[in-house]
Design a protein around this ligand. Sequence first.
Ligand code: SF4
Length: 331
Amino acid sequence: MNWVQLAEEVLEGKLLSNDEALAILHASDDELLLLMQGAFTIRKHYYGKKVKLNMIMNAKSGYCPENCGYCSQSSISTAPIEKYPFITKEEILAGAKQAFENQIGTFCIVASGRGPTRKDVNVVSEAVQEIKEKYGLKVCACLGLLKDEQADQLKTAGVDRYNHNLNTSEKHHDYITTSHTYQDRVNTVEIAKQHGMSPCSGAIIGMRETKQDVVEIAYALHALDADSIPVNFLNAIDGTKLEGTKELDPRYCLKVLALFRYINPTKEIRIAGGREINLGSLQPLGMYAANSIFVGDYLTTEGQEENADYALIRDLGFEIEVNEKQAALQA
Ligand code: SF4
């Protein structure tokens, strides 16, 4: 396959066939740089060398009644994580201040649980109004399954984006969780869209799915028109159902990132959880397909030192995307 030519065709509007998509995941390691060159051709067309930074604030940890097999916060996990109820508005604001100072583009307020309570939505809404005023940060909320009135309140408060990952293909979904359905997840993304929030939805790779499953997730996110697509690589936590699962190698992770870029050419593709542990020393190459990363820690696992992320971007000759207030702070 001529990967660069295929990328040119994608730029002309082509949607890859299933066979072409699978061929990316089956590409030999010897073709990897050509594949990444193709992915970069697309990435550069839409995003140049800009990198968007995102930061997660874990607003409520543990105590979740759901049974997602990858999650240390689930009802079936025995992982010894820190557990706490929904944090206060002041704590959220302190996180936003740190995000602002660290050149973060999108501040992500994430809470465990099947869905938010009225009080949770009120706390997020009040915090977001102040975050917008003080810092001008984009805010993404990730609070679980969403109802119409909750989506309306969050949008009115200023939440820009709502995250709810599809995680895996429809046919692999029930292997990962049985306490909610794949369609529940799709519905929440649709509700967020209907209420004017930008849809963020992504995947977790390495959960014993097939390559065909990975292709199907990439197409499902294309069909959902997700603006932002976090691609997580499983960091199997001891005490979860997927404990001990280690199927990924760094070269395969790069092929997955390329696949998501070829199928979702215009979208924000983020290397999300598990970046450090799964891509290892090949992390910089991932930025030729992705245009976004998380900086700092993940929900219950640690990321690498922030300085290593900034050095990675600088060494590539790429540039962090900042808002006007952040640019004024640096000037
Ligand atoms: S992923 Fe979310 S819904 Fe699933 S168990 Fe973890 S916190 Fe609960």
